[in-house]
Design a protein around this ligand. Sequence first.
Ligand code: NAI
Ligand code: MG
Length: 368
Amino acid sequence: MANPSLLILAGDGIGPEVMTEVKKIIDWFGTKRGIAFDVSEDLVGGCAYDAHGTPLTDATMAKALAVDAVLLGAVGGPKYDNLDFSVKPERGLLRLRKEMDLYSNLRPAQCFDALADFSSLKREIVAGLDIVIVRELTSGIYFGEPRGIITEGNERVGINTQRYTESEIARVARSAFELARRRNNKVCSMEKANVMESGILWRQVVQEVHDKDYPDVELSHMYADAGAMQLTRWPKQFDVIVTDNLFGDMLSDLAAMLTGSLGMLPSASLGAPAANGRPKALYEPVHGSAPDIAGQGKANPIACILSFAMALRYSFDLGDEASRVEQAVEKVLADGLRTADLMGPEGGTPVSTSAMGDAVVAALDASL
Ligand code: NAI
Ligand code: MG
């Protein structure tokens, strides 16, 4: 059987720096675990614009559609701020998400014990936290029509429309239930069925998909505002949360920040399962290209490393190996290694991007 295929799009700013560390881990799996990937690399974002005059060429798009998973670093930077909207670096990322039809955005909020004091919440509330927010990504109020700013009488009116079809709700619900089966069989769905018709339909369809195909998964429903309160009050009551595009945008940022630094946060965006059962998939750190620290060896590679761990789990059915990577990260942090973004007020000496990557590889070695 052919090796699983991986397209690496390192992008701009710190993207290539953090991706260099991920490549060490990919190589480690090939040499130490006999798990080899067919890795190809290409350009996205500003670097693609520099080379080709577009943030994503048709050829790169075709490659992204053909591989089992795409791993992306970051795009953008001040050098490209004045480009025309149509060729901005972010457009490359948006095109990938759209043409791969990545409707299910997974944002884990995982609190490594060594960083629990970094949270704005008390240690006992966040220590050991491990939840995933599944955000619908391709429909809802950011896309619904009509939209715009119109004039009515003598004043302006801003309009956006929340619109969800049954099939759009059903497919993201399925994605959440599948995820739950790989975790702890528990899903909480959040909407505002008390005041929004789209929320009423959301609740009905999630329940129907559950009753028909996932009766083994424990399902609860919560209003999204109450969900925000519960996430800060006692986040460990949740495991998988599924919600729409708008609520998911806010709740995923809220949940992620329970656990600390931007340099630690991975994400996955999944689409429909292909014939081989693997979903279309793009994995990327939540952070951007960090122009303020780019080129200085200061970037934290862990968000990108954990994004690769998500690829192992969700694209390649290698959940145990994903846990191995996560435990290696946990060990390195427990040993006290910190990149500059993880330094607390007590100070200390930060390690470089490459030293952090090397330490994770060493911890992987120690896991054998
Ligand atoms: P950013 O995430 O790049 O940086 C925000 C702050 O966090 C900066 O102080 C940065 O140094 C720090 N930071 C981010 N990642 C870090 C890491 N791995 N290690 C240590 N520190 C880290 O967001 P910002 O500054 O708003 O945007 C910079 C550029 O990135 C812009 O051009 C923006 O459009 C782009 N961007 C791209 C994204 C993507 O590719 N998915 C997402 C967000 C922003
Ligand atoms: Mg956001």
